[in-house]
Design a protein around this ligand. Structure first.
Ligand SMILES: [Fe+2]
Length: 290
């Protein structure tokens, strides 16, 4: 099997990179697929979304459901793409679909996703256990903010290319199993989540690339050696430097992002009369099985 992410197989990497960059979107509109009802995709709509996910690990759909708050929308849509195993994260509702809206109760108020503050570059679930890594991520917008709430997006495979072409040793450091540690989440003396240590970049059993990352500097401990320090600063610089593949946009009512947990941010926002509401579904599955 060809191993483009294996640092010892530069031929495979160069071949894969050439194909990847030849078809990688450089405008948000390249990601967009206009559909009807997201609960009942036609085969053509399904294929158009899947083609983009295969090419660049994400697609944005513009559907006709508007501000219909039906939580079956993300669940039904995800299932069409092989996304079934939902992550029951803290903060999620009973059905494992999370309502991202400003929440000030005790269970939510200390967590940025439930505030209106900006969120830096990250992949979802970077603090999950190795067995429960997030490979699929779906966001469905019911109600946008009055102003703000945009997402920047970067295919994590493109981030890998930008890093490896600068210096393969940076990839080596970011693939070290002791690279990134998220401390345990302890509230009032109770450990809600244990400490998790793992690599930033890893290769899945099927040969595809996986990434866990957060750009935050608090509540994170990097491996204490000079190669890791240099690697993290290189990655941060690449994320914060515009490239043709750094995309940004805002989801409107009835729109959504379906992705293989690509890198993303969120700008801060201001609510109008109706508060911003996005549904978030996180999966242990990857889209399309390829
Ligand atoms: Fe996120």
């Amino acid at each position: 099997m060809s191993q483009p992410f294996d640092l010892n197989d530069d031929n495979a990497y160069q071949r894969w990179k050439e194909r990847k960059l030849a078809s990688a979107p450089t405008a948000l509109t390249d990601l967009v697929v206009e559909i009807g009802d997201p609960r009942t995709l036609t085969d053509a709509e399904h294929d158009a979304i899947l083609e983009r996910c295969r090419r660049t690990n994400m697609a944005i759909y513009i559907g006709t459901s508007g501000d219909d708050p039906d939580k079956a929308i993300p669940v039904a849509l995800g299932a069409r793409f092989g996304l079934h195993r939902l992550d029951h994260n803290r903060g999620a509702d009973e059905d494992a679909v999370t309502s991202l809206t400003v929440q000030t109760d005790a269970a939510h108020r200390d967590y940025i996703p439930y505030s209106n503050r900006p969120i830096a570059w990250h992949t979802d679930g970077y603090y999950n256990t190795p067995e429960q890594q997030i490979h699929g991520l779906l966001l469905h917008c019911v109600q946008p903010a009055e102003t703000g709430g945009e997402n920047a997006l970067l295919d994590h495979e493109i981030a890998y290319i930008l890093v490896r072409d600068r210096n393969p040793d940076v990839i080596r450091a970011l693939m070290h199993p002791g690279c990134m540690t998220i401390p345990a989440n302890i509230v009032d003396g109770v450990e809600l989540r244990r400490e998790e240590t793992g690599p930033v970049f890893s290769i899945r059993p099927d040969g595809r690339l996986h990434m866990r990352y957060t750009d935050r500097s608090r509540n994170i401990a990097w491996r204490d050696d000079s190669s890791t320090t240099a690697a993290v600063s290189c990655l941060k610089e690449i994320l914060h430097t515009a490239s043709p593949w750094h995309l940004a946009g805002r989801l409107e009512s009835g729109w959504g992002l379906i992705s293989n947990n690509v890198l993303h941010t969120r700008t801060g926002f201001t609510d109008g009369r109706k508060p911003r509401l996005l549904y978030r579904a996180r999966y242990y599955d990857r889209i399309g099985g390829t």
